[in-house]
Structures are given as C-alpha cells and as structure tokens.
Design a protein around this ligand. Structure first.
Ligand SMILES: C[S@@+](CC[C@H](N)C(=O)[O-])C[C@H]1O[C@@H](n2cnc3c(N)ncnc32)[C@H](O)[C@@H]1O
Length: 239
C-alpha cells in the first residue's frame, strides 16, 4: 500500500510539472488553481489541486509525514468533490461534518453546493492542513483533531447539535483495523438516525468489514476523473 502511494505521488508530481509548464505557456498570468476558477482550460481543471499551491505543498508534507493517514497521492479532483457534494442535501438541516478535510477540495464543493458555512464542521488531524483550512475557510468551523474522538471534539466545540450528514475523505482501507473500527463507532454515535454518510474510496471492491454495522448502503458511483479513480458511496444510518 505504501509503495502504491509513493508511486502515485511520483506520478502526480510528473503530471503536476507538465500541467504547470503547460499553464505557464498558455496562461502566463494565471496564478489561481481555485475550485471556483472555471475559466481555466480543461487540462488545468483536470490537474487542479496538483500545482505547487500552498495547499498542495501542505498536502505533500502531510503525505510524507504520514502516508497511511493521508492514503492518497493527491487532493480530490473537482469532479470527485462535486460528486461527493451532490449527495448532500443542503436543506436537510442539522450539521454537515466533514472528516479529513485535507486541502479543502471537498469543503469548497460543499459550500458551492449550498451548505451554509455555519452548519459545516471540518475535522482534520494534520496540523498544517488544519491551519490551511482555517485560513481558506474563515467562516467554517475547522477543528484540528482526530476523527477517533469525533463525539468529544464536537461536544467540546458545542457543535453536538443534530448531525444530518457526515462526509468522509478518510482512507478507511489504509488505516489500521482498530482505527477504522473506532472511527466507525464514532460515526454511528454522532450521526442522527436516517442521517447520511458520504464516503469515497479508491478500493475496487466493497470492504464490508470496514463499514460500521449501523450503516446501510444506499448507492455507489464511480468517478473516473480523479487520481486514482474513486467510488463515492452513500450510506444511511439505519441503527
Ligand atoms: C485522502 S486525504 C483528504 C483529501 C481531501 N479530500 C483533499 O482533497 O485534500 C485524507 C485526509 O484525512 C486526514 N486524516 C486521516 N486520518 C484522520 C483522522 N483520524 N482524523 C482526522 N483526519 C484524518 C489526513 O490528514 C488527510 O488530510
């Protein structure tokens, strides 16, 4: 798994360098690789998130520090972020809690989808990525902490109101079995009955043993435009 992540990282770096060189030639004045910047040409939009922005640098550092916890060679693509956000009903009421915010690709898509910033809580374990998220999303509650302590993190921040939806970027397959079980138990404890978990994975098959017993699978959708391709799974808390 580590070898795969490292190989993916090298591949991502090569693609990023090619994208940066192409961008410099085509758009010498373009400096932003923001999700909101849809004026960028398709090649940039595909490679967005891979450039040497502060976010990408923080992501690369987090990956080098703890490859198992990051579990991906690069941030989520715009297509993946939008597919994840599309599964969230912004009018459902209650909190939307994002686990493993990383560089904020999914956070930005959730805000674009219409989730009010005051109803969004982002948990990120890596301190430099958490600082980046706080800077990038001033109005969103970003908690630098571990999803294994989700319930107490939310309670401490007085954010223990109804949790209608959990959006997870956590690499459940590369985390240890114990960590995956602990996080699953926290998800079951804080998510309201009928609430949704939206989780993406790079795994080809379903890993039922990593899904907490309180959740029932509602849908799964493959997203090819991501490195690597991902599957977005939606679960409902059925108790
Ligand atoms: C696949 S990356 C997230 C990618 C993110 N969607 C993006 O586009 O940048 C997984 C993230 O989960 C975080 N993470 C891993 N284990 C965690 C835990 N137990 N609690 C909170 N965050 C965790 C990692 O630090 C990393 O930022």
């Amino acid at each position: 798994m580590h070898a795969l992540i490292l190989a993916g990282t090298l591949l991502a770096m090569v693609i990023a360098l090619l994208a940066i060189r192409a961008r410099a030639r085509l758009h010498p004045r373009t400096t932003s690789l923001d999700l909101e910047n849809d004026a960028a040409p398709p090649a940039f939009r595909f490679a967005r998130g891979l450039g040497p922005s502060p976010a990408a640098a923080a992501f690369a550092r987090a990956l080098l520090r703890n490859p198992r916890a990051v579990g991906a060679c690069c941030p989520s693509s715009v297509r993946l972020a939008r597919t994840v956000a599309a599964a969230v009903d912004p009018s459902a009421g209650g909190l939307v809690v994002e686990l493993g915010g990383g560089t904020g690709a999914i956070t930005a898509a959730l805000l674009q989808r219409g989730v009010p910033p005051e109803r969004l809580v982002v948990i990120e374990r890596d301190p430099s990525l958490a600082s980046h998220l706080k800077r990038r999303f001033g109005e969103v509650r970003v908690i630098a902490g571990d999803a294994r302590e989700l319930a107490s993190l939310l309670a401490r921040r007085r954010a223990a109101a109804r949790v209608a939806c959990i959006v997870s970027s956590l690499p459940m397959m590369s985390l240890s079995r114990g960590d995956a079980r602990a996080i699953g138990a926290q998800i079951c404890a804080v998510l309201e009955h009928g609430g949704l978990l939206v989780q993406y994975t790079y795994q080809m098959g379903f890993a039922h043993e990593r899904v907490p017993a309180c959740l029932a699978l509602l849908s799964a959708k493959r997203v090819w435009v991501n490195l690597p391709p991902a599957r977005v799974e939606v679960y409902r808390h059925d108790g």
